[in-house]
Design a protein around this ligand. Structure first.
Ligand SMILES: *Cc1c(COP(=O)(O)O)cnc(C)c1O
Length: 398
């Protein structure tokens, strides 16, 4: 495509698409492995990975084959019937986790809505109507009205008022505040084991163990939002495995579909308490999504992707540590391939822009933080290229 055609496309984008975010003047057209190409044929090394989504890289054969096979067989039967990939996929997830039951849906926010409803149902039935859920400051749980209320973002507090009631926010990794917040109205505590959008802040092991104990003592649920940390991202199939505890509910999205819209809420048999039509949706267990999820997660397990994520994550950390002194990079942190560092100035957005120019995609969740969340198939060679470009850009901007 020539630049005139791209300019025409961009004009149509600006004339027809509802504005919701600032996007660069680029139209993405093709993806393979670790790379994306725009309509001008420019190539980008992708360390954002479709927002921590494309765990097996761009357009992997595993996904196209599963889609082709399933589309020829059954695209949609209706949510009122079981289908084969749904059954096989649920079994794969329960066989490979501490959970017994799976509810499928399409996005992370919907999976979290399911978790919130299930906790409230348990509160209504077993805890004298307790409905409040304690979440943490700096957390991110989604963009539906309830998950926005659950999210601990300051500037969302007054957005789209009135806010869904029933959520209380406390500082992350602060046990005293959590203990003070729990009372007879509380039905659950919900958190990300590593806050992703908040800038890659890991929960301390002691904190998680104490949360588990507190929930057991009070008879309330511990909910892990593993939308970003699940499916190998942190070096284990699920991040809860790092902490030596089991949550009562876990939500998954992003990596679980490798790019296809898919999410899941997993729980234990004890909480298999929804009554008919309490929860559902047209696309719950949609066969195409189920076939893709089954293929993606099978591949992740079969090829031991979590261990690779851990090894490659270590290489990236080493590389960043080598750049740290020269560019005054601070708090290089993360687990597996969910990595971030802080800058001494608020130059994140400028660094992201310059990297884009140089053909590298990275993310800045906060003005002074850079985050890397590449596909889990990233190779050593691609890590070297990323570090070279990043070094060059840091040299220029700082
Ligand atoms: C991305 C994300 C969500 C929301 O997922 P959507 O698919 O955008 O609805 C929820 N929780 C966490 C931890 C996330 O990273």
């Amino acid at each position: 495509m020539n630049s005139c055609e791209t300019a025409e496309l961009l004009k149509e984008a600006k004339d027809n698409i509802l504005f919701n975010t600032v996007r660069p003047d680029i139209v993405m057209e093709k993806g393979r492995g670790m790379y994306l190409w725009d309509t001008e044929g420019k190539k980008y090394l992708d360390f954002v990975g479709g927002w921590a989504v494309n765990c097996l890289g761009h357009s992997p054969e595993v996904i196209s084959k599963a889609l082709e096979r399933q589309a020829a067989e059954l695209v949609n039967a209706s949510p009122s019937f079981y289908n084969r990939p749904m059954i096989e996929f649920a079994k794969l997830l329960t066989d490979n986790s501490c959970f017994d039951r799976v509810f499928f849906t399409s996005t992370g926010a919907e999976a979290n809505e399911g978790a919130i409803k299930l906790a409230r149902k348990y509160g209504a039935k077993n805890l004298n109507g307790a409905y409040e859920i304690i979440t943490t400051i700096n957390s991110f749980h989604g963009r539906t009205l309830a998950t926005m209320a659950a999210t601990g973002k300051k500037h969302w507090e007054s957005l789209f008022a009135p806010k869904v009631p029933g959520f209380k926010h406390v500082p992350f990794n602060d046990m005293a505040s959590m203990k003070a917040a729990v009372n007879s109205s509380t039905c659950a505590i919900m958190l990300e084991p590593i806050q992703g959008e908040g800038g890659v802040n890991a929960a301390e092991e002691g904190y998680i163990k104490e949360l588990r104990k507190l929930c057991d003592e009070r008879g309330i649920l511990l909910i892990f939002d593993e939308v970003q940390t699940g499916i190998g991202r942190t070096g284990k199939l699920f991040a809860y495995e790092h902490f030596g505890i089991e949550p009562d509910i876990m939500t998954l999205a992003k990596g679980i579909g490798g790019g296809f819209p898919l999410s899941a809420m997993l729980t234990k048999e004890k909480y298999n308490i929804f009554e008919a039509s309490d929860q559902g949706g047209t696309y719950c267990g949609q066969p195409l999504a189920m076939a893709v999820g089954l293929a993606v997660v099978s591949e992740v397990i079969k090829t031991n992707i979590p261990q690779k994520a851990e090894e490659q994550g270590r290489l990236i950390m080493e590389g960043l540590n080598n750049l740290a002194e020269k560019f005054n990079l601070k708090n290089i942190r993360g687990k597996g391939l969910l990595i971030a560092f802080d800058l001494s100035e608020e130059k994140g957005p400028e660094i992201v822009r310059e990297c884009l120019e140089e053909g590298l995609l990275i993310n800045s969740p906060k003005p002074s933080t850079i985050r890397l969340m590449p596909p889990l198939i990233v190779s050593e060679e691609e890590i070297v290229i990323m570090l070279q470009i990043l070094g060059k850009v840091l040299e220029k901007v700082l």
